[in-house]
Design a protein around this ligand. Structure first.
Ligand code: HXC
Length: 260
């Protein structure tokens, strides 16, 4: 399919990494409804593609995404939000079963920061800036910013970011654990693809199960989470790839996973 606001490509060895580039440069990748609908659709297509093992989402050098589209929201009333459950479909990203890596260069603000935080791993370019500036325009984060940011960086830092609207640098985001690593801007997407390729050497089914287990830690108590993890761990013993992985180790050879 072709998209108006995205570029979609397959990169890495044998095209094992889906690359989605947000491409609405004139508005700094402001996340309008049509753009988010396309993003969900592109992610679902890559999720269903058996040759793809991981997905990278990136933007431009200047902006990963400058937030929800303020021009689209300006004249919107409460009742308009209520009628369509405004932004409900934004969590489509969190339904993707393959690992999703955000490669953030430039601004990741408001909804842009929230989209990055919905991804499984965030890598940042050295010039990246993160923020939840909604307070400056008279609203608050609406797609998980107050929740995921708090879990990522802790209460005091999340409060400070949400209440001041001030941006933090890539270095701060790295120190605070919001991102896993920082890279020179021109190397960032390649690094994200390399990371995707590394994940692609593993069994796709086991990777999906592992992602599900880590994500359950955000929803469950420790006791419930550990129990759920144990059952998923047991479930891997029903897979050919579990047997292949352990046999390959014992035979001192590389595993040949079949995603079964
Ligand atoms: C619509 C936007 C936009 C946005 C930028 N643009 N951000 N349009 N929605 N979020 C447009 C500008 O209007 C301008 O269009 C063009 O992009 C270039 O932006 P400039 O402001 O001229 O660029 P610059 O001076 O370099 O400043 C960059 C910036 C600034 C610091 C990122 O654009 C900015 O503060 N943007 C808004 C950030 C923000 O508040 N985000 C949160 C949105 S609320 P024209 O037509 O004038 O050239 C939100 C709610 C989430 O995300 C709730 C749940 C999802």
């Amino acid at each position: 399919p072709s998209y108006d606001y995205l570029l979609v490509d397959k990169r890495g060895e044998s095209g094992c990494v889906g690359l989605v580039t947000l491409n609405r440069p004139k508005a700094l990748n402001a996340l309008s409804d049509p753009l988010m609908i396309e993003l969900n659709s592109a992610l679902q297509t890559l999720d269903a593609d058996p040759t793809v093992a991981a997905i990278v989402i990136t933007g431009s050098d200047k902006a990963f995404a400058a937030g929800a589209d303020i021009k689209q929201m300006e004249d919107q009333q409460f009742v308009d939000c209520l009628k369509v459950n405004f932004l409900d479909h934004w969590n489509g990203i969190t339904k993707i079963r393959k690992p999703v890596i955000a490669a953030v260069n430039g601004y990741a603000l408001g909804g842009g920061c929230e989209v990055a935080m919905m991804c499984d791993i965030v890598l940042a370019g050295e010039k990246a800036k993160f923020g939840q500036p909604e307070i400056i325009i008279g609203t608050i984060p609406g797609s998980g910013g107050t929740q995921r940011l708090t879990k990522a960086v802790g209460k005091s830092r999340a409060m400070q970011m949400c209440l001041t609207g001030d941006m933090i640098t890539a270095q701060q985001a790295n120190d605070w654990g919001l991102v896993s690593s920082i890279h020179p801007p021109d190397k960032l997407v390649d690094e994200a693809i390399k990371l995707g390729e590394r994940i692609a050497t593993h069994s796709k089914v086991v990777v999906a199960v592992c992602k599900e287990a880590v994500n359950s830690s955000f929803e469950l108590s420790l006791g419930e989470g550990v129990k759920f993890e144990k059952r998923l761990f047991h479930a891997t013993f029903a897979l050919n790839d579990r047997k292949e992985g352990m046999t390959a180790f014992v035979q001192k050879r590389k595993p040949n996973f079949t995603d079964t």
